[in-house]
Design a protein around this ligand. Structure first.
Ligand code: XMP
Length: 553
C-alpha cells in the first residue's frame, strides 16, 4: 500500500459504488449480496521468519510498502500455518545469535523443501550458509554502520535498477567464509568479500540490512526480490484490502449484530467505517463521552459518524459519572483504573439495551498482535497500564471481530483515506484513553478540566497554524498542580502553571522533545496567559523519552 500513501482521492470507492449500481441493474440486489462487491485479486503473501532482530518488524513494513502482503512469524511456526498463507517466498530476518552457538534458532526445513525463493538478511544469510553446507566465522573486523557495497554480478534480477556501488548499513559480527555449494558471491564491501550471495534456485543472502533507512536502495532490493524473483505483482492496495475485508466481515458476521466502541481515534474510526461498509445497520457504535475529551471532540465524532456517514451511533454523555469516580483521586494509576472500570460499566449498560449482540469490533493492529506473541516470553517492568479498555472483551464474552489485525498504522491511515474518512481524523495525533485526566496533575475537577481544555485548544490551534501538527507525534498542554506568583497590570496574581509538551517519535517507545520555534512558543505562552483565566505561567518541557515519558502521568 505504501506507494499510495497520502492518497486522498477515493477513485476506488467511486468504482465500487459505480459497480454496485451497474450490478444492481443487471442482477438485482440478491445477486450482489451473493457475489460480494467485486472480485479481488488473489492475495500474494511473503513470509518473514523472525530470528529476533530489532529490525524484523521493519522488514515486514518495507515489504508491505512494496504493496506485497507479508506476515512476520516466529522461526518455529509449523508448516500448517505457513501453508495456509500460500506463500510466494520467504525472508529470513536478522537476529542476535551466532549460528554455531548451541540451541540457536535455524530455518525450518520447509523453507528449503518448498523450493520457494528465499532471502536471508544478516543472521538469516548466515543461517542459509550454515544449513546449506557453507562456513560462517567470526569476522576479523566486526562491521557496524555505513559501508559501500560493490556489485560484482550484473546478471541477477536482485540488482535490477541499482547503481554499481551503493551505501548500505551493516551490523554483524560473523561473516561468510565459504559459500555453500552452488552459490556464488554477487557483491562485496571492503570488510566482507561475500556481502551478497545467490544460487540458481532463487536463494539469496544479504550481509547488510536493506530494511533500514541507512540503506537508501534497500527498498529497491526488497522490491526486486518480491517482484522479479518471487513473481509478486504488488496487489496489496487499500482498495483490494477493503474489498477483501468486506467479504470476510460479511462471512464472519452473517446475520449477526456487531457493536463497536468509537473513541474518535483513527483505529476505531477505520474499524467502524469498514464494518459499516460491509454490514450497514447490523453495526451499532457506542460513543462514550467520558468528559475527559478535548474541546469539540465529541461534536466532531458525532458529526462524522452520525451525520455524514449515517451510522447507528449511540451517544452517551457519561461525564458526570466519570467525574464522580475521579473525585479526590490523584494517583495516576488509580485514575487509569477507575476510568477503565467505569468505561466498561457504561459500555455494558448501553450494549445491554441493544438486545442480543453477537460480536464486538476492535481496532487491534498488527504490531499489537506481534508484540503480544513476543510478550508471552518476555518479562518487563510495568511503567503504565496503557490498555485501559483491555477488560472489555473478557468481561462481555463476545466474539471479537478485528478487521485491522494484519495492518500497520500507516496502512490503517491509507485504508481510512480510501474509505473517505476526513483527513483531520486520519492524521489525528494519538490521544490516551484516560484523556485529559492524565494531563491534569492532581485531582480532576470540572474547573480544572475547563482550564486545561482552553489551554490545550490554543496549543493545538497554534501548532496547526504553524503547519507542524503532522510532524509532531503529539503536542498538548498539561495542567500542573503548581501555583506561582505573577503580575498582571498592577495586580499580583497567583495562578496555575501550564506545561507544553511536544514530541517527535516513530512509535512512542522513545521520543525527542520537539525543537519548536521560539516565536511559536511565544505565541502559545502569550495566548494562554491572556486567554485562559487562572493560568499565569507557561513552561516548555524539554525532556526526551527516556528518561521521561510522553504523558506526565
Ligand atoms: P508514555 O506516556 O508512556 O506514552 O510515554 C506513550 C504513548 O501512549 C499513550 N498513553 C496512553 N494511551 N491509555 C492509552 O490509551 C493510557 O493510559 C495511556 N498512557 C499513555 C501516550 O499518549 C503516548 O502516545
Amino acid at each position: 500500500m505504501g506507494d499510495e500513501s497520502h492518497r486522498v482521492a477515493t477513485s476506488d470507492d467511486i468504482e465500487v459504488s459505480a459497480y454496485l449500481e451497474i450490478a444492481k441493474e443487471l442482477h438485482g440486489e440478491a445477486a450482489i449480496a451473493e457475489e460480494g462487491l467485486r472480485p479481488t485479486p488473489e492475495r500474494e503473501t511473503v513470509v518473514v521468519i523472525d530470528f529476533g532482530s530489532q529490525y524484523s518488524m521493519l522488514i515486514a513494513r518495507r515489504v508491505r510498502e512494496c504493496r506485497v502482503y507479508c506476515e512476520l512469524v516466529p522461526h518455529d511456526t509449523p508448516w500448517q500455518k505457513i501453508a495456509s498463507l500460500n506463500p510466494k517466498g520467504f525472508i529470513l530476518s536478522g537476529g542476535p545469535a551466532s549460528v554455531y552457538d548451541p540451541g540457536v534458532p535455524l530455518a525450518p526445513s520447509y523453507v528449503y523443501e518448498s523450493r520457494l525463493p528465499v532471502l536471508g538478511i544478516c543472521y538469516g544469510m548466515q543461517v542459509l550458509t550454515h544449513q546449506l553446507g557453507g562456513q560462517v566465522a567470526s569476522g576479523s573486523k566486526h562491521e557496524y554502520g555505513h559501508a559501500i557495497l560493490h556489485l560484482s554480478a550484473t546478471d541477477t534480477p536482485l540488482f535490477a535498477n541499482l547503481p554499481p556501488s551503493l551505501p548500505v548499513w551493516m551490523s554483524h559480527g560473523d561473516q561468510i567464509m565459504k559459500l555453500p555449494p552452488g552459490f556464488r558471491a554477487l557483491a562485496y564491501t571492503d570488510n566482507s568479500p561475500i556481502s551478497v550471495m545467490g544460487n540458481d534456485n532463487n536463494i539469496f543472502g544479504l550481509q547488510f540490512h536493506p530494511e533500514v533507512v541507512h540503506t537508501p536502495h534497500g527498498k529497491m532490493i526488497l522490491q526486486n526480490f518480491l517482484y522479479e524473483i518471487c513473481g509478486c505483482k504488488g496487489n496489496w492496495t487499500p482498495s483490494n484490502f477493503i474489498a477483501e475485508s468486506i467479504d470476510r466481515i460479511k462471512q464472519q458476521v452473517g446475520e449477526g449484530k456487531v457493536i463497536c466502541a468509537l473513541s474518535g481515534g483513527v483505529d476505531s474510526a477505520v474499524v467502524a467505517t469498514l464494518i459499516h461498509r460491509a454490514i450497514n445497520d447490523q453495526l451499532t457504535c457506542i460513543f462514550v463521552n467520558n468528559g475527559l475529551l478535548r474541546r469539540e471532540e465529541s461534536e466532531r465524532v458525532l458529526n462524522t459518524f452520525q451525520r455524514n456517514l449515517h451510522m447507528n451511533v449511540v451517544y452517551v454523555d457519561a461525564s458526570e459519572r466519570f467525574l464522580e469516580q475521579l473525585r479526590g483521586v490523584v494517583d495516576p494509576e488509580e485514575k487509569r483504573h477507575r476510568i477503565g472500570e467505569e468505561f466498561i460499566r457504561v459500555f455494558e449498560e448501553e450494549a445491554s439495551k441493544l438486545g442480543k449482540v453477537d460480536l464486538l469490533a476492535q481496532g487491534t493492529l498488527y504490531p499489537d498482535v506481534i508484540e503480544s506473541t513476543a510478550a508471552q516470553t518476555k518479562v518487563s517492568a510495568k511503567i503504565k497500564t496503557h490498555h485501559n479498555v483491555g477488560g472489555l472483551p473478557a468481561r462481555m464474552s463476545l466474539t471479537l471481530i478485528e478487521p485491522l489485525r494484519n495492518l500497520f498504522k500507516d496502512e490503517v491511515r491509507e485504508v481510512g483515506l480510501a474509505l473517505g474518512l476526513p483527513e483531520d481524523m486520519i492524521w489525528r495525533q494519538p490521544f490516551p484513553g484516560p484523556g485529559l485526566a492524565i494531563r491534569i496533575i492532581g485531582e480532576v475537577t470540572k474547573q480544572r478540566l475547563e482550564i486545561l481544555r482552553a489551554a490545550d485548544w490554543i496549543v493545538m490551534n497554534e501548532i496547526k497554524k504553524a503547519k507542524l501538527y503532522r510532524q509532531l507525534w503529539q503536542s498538548f498542554a498539561v495542567l500542573t498542580d503548581v501555583k506561582s506568583v505573577g503580575v498582571m497590570g498592577d495586580y499580583r496574581t497567583y495562578g496555575y502553571l501550564v506545561a507544553i509538551r511536544a514530541v517527535t517519535s516513530e512509535d512512542a517507545m522513545t521520543a525527542d522533545w520537539a525543537h519548536l520555534p521560539y516565536d511559536l512558543l511565544t505565541r502559545i505562552s502569550n495566548r494562554i496567559v491572556n486567554e485562559v483565566p487562572g493560568v499565569n505561567r507557561v513552561v516548555y518541557d524539554i525532556t526526551s523519552k527516556p528518561p521521561a515519558t510522553i504523558e506526565w502521568e
